[in-house]
Write a protein that binds this ligand. Structure first.
Ligand code: HEC
Ligand code: HEC
Ligand code: HEC
Ligand code: HEC
Ligand code: HEC
Ligand code: HEC
Ligand code: HEC
Ligand code: HEC
Length: 492
């Protein structure tokens, strides 16, 4: 009870001074809270309370949260009530949520809420007390297989299928040790971000088994010898402990990026692959800027009309137009200034930095024997080397994921330089790699000479960008193409 009382000391009746605007606000808010509770009790008794806890109340009564409701209804969490993630169990969070909720209600009445609603949510309850009510850290799986379908920007909209094994990991109950991707939550990983969206990581600290702290600094900061800011941030409470939300920040509210949405629609047969260049044209269209929703829908209709005289079945054209209308409507919310670019998805590294916020090879520490170490960006730290098949190709390959990797492999350039091996060497390779390893659609047929910096535009035209991203991701390309070449990177 004491904790609740402490929380409730706001607003303190004895210190209310109506000549101060801040106090007038508090009184007004308090009045709204009481009226709301009062109405709930009078009108519906207990039912009134539970209505304010329902998905309908959060998502529909509160109009600005409409987009969150639409996205939520399409997510795997569609059956989880808003309050299970946003409020959680217990009396204190319940009371706090009513106070917050009343303030939001007031914002809506006065029409002065922020558009878009800001994310991250400053006072979200710790994930330990919400997400972990359903997902226990000890139940995490070891490895999971992912098959991701993309389509190329060519006339045939060729299928490019990438398969990788994600090293999901989790905590081992017997030893208390964590490994793999979910290692971050079985360990204590703290960080300092320099921006409100937590994209620029200045410092990362990991508590070691012996109680010491292993500290990684962004290399430019480390280079300047500026390290005192950590103590300053600690004193101001700006250090954040990593939890589920630092990666799953779009749980229940994910907006797919245009290429992802179009690829999904082609996979599901909503957009026909028979329409020449439809993948590229649709992605370009959705990436465009429109003054009004009407303009966007008109552009979609024009795209459809341009296929009219091509002899393609009109039903396929109409279906594509409808699919694009739906994608636009479910990913762009102009009155809330919300679309796929608003909030980065931190669970991946495409199209925004996500894991690469820290795993960029640019966060450095000096260990006890004076050696520099970085937070790894090795492609197979988190998943196996992506296996890619294009079009109708068949690639059968069981990726090697256990055992020691030969010393030749530690350098990323091995992916290219191994092309010089002899037939005799190959037998050695087959001790670990299956014979089909070399059929990986991303590698074979690829002309990747050492002067690739000069010849790559032609190579992109020949094999398509999807192939390049198997090995490079946008981080390589954006070094020389700051705006991004893929149409994946949000353009400023
Ligand atoms: C599976 C858990 C979960 C459920 C269910 C859920 N949310 Fe969220 N919500 C989140 C997370 C996680 C965030 C991002 C928090 C952060 O980054 O700090 C968020 C953020 C938000 C935001 C801030 C804006 C934004 O897009 O980030 C709003 C508004 C919101 N949720 C409303 C709702 C409403 C309304 C419902 C029910 C229709 C709901 N949420 C259901 C987990 C959930
Ligand atoms: C009330 C129970 C409940 C709570 C609370 C909850 N989840 Fe879930 N979660 C589920 C269910 C049910 C599924 C769907 C499982 C399935 O499809 O197999 C799911 C699926 C997921 C998935 C896999 C699907 C996806 O979206 O990629 C992730 C990741 C996830 N939850 C993360 C979270 C996070 C992060 C939170 C806290 C913000 C959270 N969950 C809170 C019940 C819950
Ligand atoms: C370092 C980032 C990171 C953190 C922190 C993290 N996760 Fe995950 N989690 C991932 C990734 C990446 C995946 C794989 C997503 C995919 O399938 O594409 C995943 C998958 C999942 C899944 C789906 C598992 C399946 O079998 O498909 C659940 C559920 C989940 N996480 C819950 C949580 C919960 C709960 C927490 C907090 C206790 C958490 N995660 C913390 C990165 C993270
Ligand atoms: C806030 C910074 C940060 C972010 C964001 C982050 N990581 Fe990490 N990760 C770390 C640090 C620090 C280590 C440990 C480095 C060390 O001690 O050498 C680590 C280690 C790992 C490991 C190795 C764990 C083991 O088995 O020992 C994996 C796998 C991993 N991260 C995956 C991911 C994935 C996937 C994402 C994105 C979904 C991600 N990380 C996002 C900081 C981060
Ligand atoms: C810190 C962990 C981590 C590192 C390091 C990492 N990845 Fe990933 N990668 C992920 C996660 C998580 C996903 C998401 C899988 C999913 O979509 O479910 C992913 C997905 C991918 C995909 C599939 C993307 C798509 O949409 O088709 C490719 C290709 C890929 N990674 C390539 C790379 C390459 C190349 C490197 C090295 C430069 C790399 N990755 C390094 C974590 C990592
Ligand atoms: C002792 C076992 C072993 C032998 C022998 C071996 N490899 Fe590997 N190789 C691996 C493992 C393990 C990986 C990482 C696979 C993964 O995570 O998907 C790998 C990855 C690779 C990759 C992808 C590199 C990357 O990470 O980007 C190439 C290319 C490769 N091997 C070529 C070869 C060639 C060519 C030979 C013969 C000269 C060879 N390997 C011999 C175990 C081996
Ligand atoms: C099988 C993996 C793989 C694929 C697929 C691949 N690359 Fe590369 N690429 C590499 C490696 C390894 C290097 C050498 C990088 C290094 O040493 O840092 C490289 C180097 C380059 C460079 C020179 C970068 C520099 O820093 O000078 C460019 C440009 C390039 N690649 C473009 C492309 C393009 C465009 C595609 C698609 C047509 C592509 N690559 C496909 C592995 C790959
Ligand atoms: C070392 C710098 C460098 C890197 C890294 C690089 N490019 Fe380029 N790229 C260039 C230059 C310079 C040109 C212009 C060449 C010309 O006009 O002949 C160019 C031109 C192109 C073009 C044709 C013109 C255009 O902008 O459409 C494509 C496509 C392209 N690059 C794709 C990529 C992709 C994909 C990657 C990443 C895999 C990449 N590039 C990485 C320097 C680079």
């Amino acid at each position: 009870m004491k904790a609740i009382r402490n929380r409730l000391k706001w607003p303190r009746p004895l210190t209310i001074d109506l000549s101060k605007p801040a106090h007038r606000w508090r009184l007004l808010i308090a009045a709204v809270v009481f009226v709301l509770f009062g109405l709930a009790i009078v009108a519906g008794g207990v039912q009134g309370y539970s209505y304010t806890e329902s998905v309908g109340f959060c998502g529909t009564t509160c109009h600005p949260m409409g987009p969150q409701l639409i996205l939520y209804q399409q997510s795997p969490h569609a059956k989880v009530a808003c309050t299970e993630c946003h409020v959680g169990a217990g009396l204190q969070p319940f009371v706090q949520s009513k106070i917050d909720g009343s303030r939001q209600l007031l914002g809506m009445i006065l029409n002065n809420y922020s558009r878009p609603i800001k994310s991250p949510v400053g006072n979200l309850r710790p994930a330990r007390e919400t997400c972990e009510e359903c997902h226990t850290p000890t139940s995490f799986k070891d490895n999971i297989t992912k098959s991701i379908k993309h389509y190329d920007n060519d006339q045939a909209n060729t299928l490019v299928q990438t398969t990788l094994i994600l090293k999901l990991g989790g905590m081992n109950t017997a030893t208390g040790q964590g490994k793999g991707i979910h290692w971050h939550i079985s360990s204590e990983v703290d960080y300092i971000a320099l921006d409100p969206q937590r994209q620029v990581m200045a410092w990362v600290g990991i508590k070691q088994p012996d109680g010491t702290l292993k500290e990684f600094f962004a290399s430019d900061i480390a280079g300047m010898g500026q390290k005192a800011f950590v103590e300053d941030a600690r004193a101001k409470g700006l250090i954040r402990r990593m939890d589920c939300i630092d990666c799953h920040n779009r749980a229940a509210h994910y907006i797919p990026y245009p290429a992802e949405a179009v690829d999904g629609a082609i996979t599901n047969g909503l957009i026909s692959q028979d329409l020449p260049f439809i993948r590229k044209r649709a992605v370009d269209l959705l990436n465009g800027k429109y003054n009004t929703e009407g303009d966007a829908l008109k552009a979609i209709q024009n795209l459809g009309d341009s296929y009219k005289s091509s002899g393609i079945d009109q039903a396929k054209i109409d279906a594509a137009v409808k699919a694009l209308d739906d994608i636009y409507g479910n990913t762009t919310f102009p009155d809330m200034n919300l679309d796929w670019k608003t909030n980065p998805n931190n669970q991946k590294h495409t199209p925004t930095l996500g894991c690469f916020r820290c795993h960029d090879g640019k966060h450095v520490t000096t260990n006890t024997d004076g050696k520099t170490e970085t937070i790894s960006v090795q492609c197979n730290l988190c998943h196996t080397v992506p296996i890619v098949s294009r079009g109708t190709e068949t690639v059968v390959e069981a990726p090697v994921i256990v055992g020691n990797v030969p010393a030749t492999h530690t350098d990323f350039s091995w992916t290219i330089t191994h092309q010089t091996i002899t037939a005799a060497d190959k037998n050695e390779c087959y001790q670990c790699h299956g014979q089909a390893f070399c059929n990986n659609g991303a590698c074979h047929n690829l002309q990747h000479p050492t002067n690739m910096a000069f010849t790559h535009p032609q190579e992109v035209a020949r094999v398509g960008q999807q192939v390049c991203f198997t090995c490079h991701q946008d981080i390589t390309c954006t070094r020389c193409h700051p705006g991004g070449v893929s149409g994946l990177t949000p353009k400023p």
